[in-house]
Design a protein around this ligand. Structure first.
Ligand SMILES: [Zn+2]
Length: 318
């Protein structure tokens, strides 16, 4: 979404997907040893004492016009052209963060599951490529309760996908979605989001721990208040030589939101608050040279913000 020609991330993603599929087939056929797949597996890096792996849940298909509905059309077109985004659809990646720390294997969000979009819901399959079985997940931590982040909590069979996990959610986000009258307060098109959130959150209500901004969800991993995309949206700060922020959806579409954090994004619940959050997060990240992991940025979605003009440029980590 932010390149052109042969370096366009869409091509890299496609090549990588093809490569992994081919490698998986060769391993299954006994041509390659299983460790060959691990070598080709998901993007991993060390963050302080933690091992982080970005696991793809596939990608979404969304209308291009949600990116910045109020933006000046010429300026928007220029950015989209530069990013190689043409046509009426965008296909944002979905980057789930997996943290391994001692006995804990922690997932940040559960992806889309089987009931949102056919191109998403690939988390369990891609966890397998990373050598992680669903029953080995000890903790699930939610950034927010949109379909592509929590509908994977329940499997197609109606059982918990990660049966041994403890669940952690922001109290403000939980309270917003679990309001029994919410479904009557939102536009009809949003109603499935509400019923889906309630279904998946209810499934973990007996094993959920609520947190608030400033709390830690795991040793050293601090909850950041990043509301606006949803009312109780949170991000997570992970210490290391270079601080990492697991951004979630506080900054969604990299090619547009970095240069113009002040543009409204079509899927933000409280757009003006989301803008304020985006601006302060990107300002802090650029000033303090913080590494970020964005859920919808081109896989693996790890990169930095650099000040550029009146906004920022997204620079993917190498
Ligand atoms: Zn999302």
């Amino acid at each position: 979404m932010n390149g052109s020609g042969i370096s366009h991330p869409a091509f890299i993603t496609l090549d990588r997907r093809r490569f992994l599929a081919a490698a998986a087939a060769l391993v299954a056929a006994g041509v390659l040893p299983a460790r060959a797949l691990a070598l080709a597996g998901p993007h991993s890096f060390k963050q302080g004492a933690l091992d982080i792996t970005v696991v793809s849940d596939g990608h979404l298909v969304l209308p291009t016009n949600i990116l910045a509905p109020d933006a000046p059309p010429d300026a928007l077109k220029q950015l989209l052209d530069a990013a190689g985004i043409t046509g009426t659809e965008i296909k944002p990646d979905t980057n789930v963060t997996l943290v391994r720390s001692g006995a804990d294997t922690i997932l940040f969000d559960t992806g889309s599951g089987a009931n949102f979009q056919p191109t998403a819901g690939k988390l369990v399959a891609n966890l397998a490529l990373a050598g992680v079985k669903p029953d080995s997940i000890t903790k699930v931590v939610f950034t927010h309760a949109h379909p592509d982040h929590i509908w994977g909590t329940l499997g197609a069979d109606g059982n918990l996908t990660f049966p041994n996990a403890a669940y952690h959610a922001a109290a403000a986000e939980w309270d917003f979605w679990m309001d029994k009258d919410l479904v009557t307060k939102v536009p009809e098109g949003m109603q499935p989001f509400v019923t889906g959130a309630q279904k998946n959150l209810t499934a973990v209500k007996d094993r959920v721990t609520m947190f608030k901004p400033g709390d830690e969800v795991h040793a050293g991993i601090k909850v950041l208040d990043t509301p606006g995309h949803t009312p109780g949206h949170v991000s997570f700060e992970v210490p290391g030589d270079e601080t990492l922020i697991i951004v979630g959806d506080a900054v969604v579409a990299a090619p547009v939101a970095f240069p113009h954090p002040e543009w409204r994004f079509g899927f933000d619940t409280i757009p003006d608050l989301a803008i304020q959050t985006r601006k302060s997060l990107l300002d802090r990240a650029a000033t303090d040279k913080i590494k970020m992991l964005g859920f919808h940025w081109p896989y693996p979605g790890v990169g930095h913000a650099e000040k550029k003009g009146t906004g920022y440029a997204y620079v993917a980590a190498t």
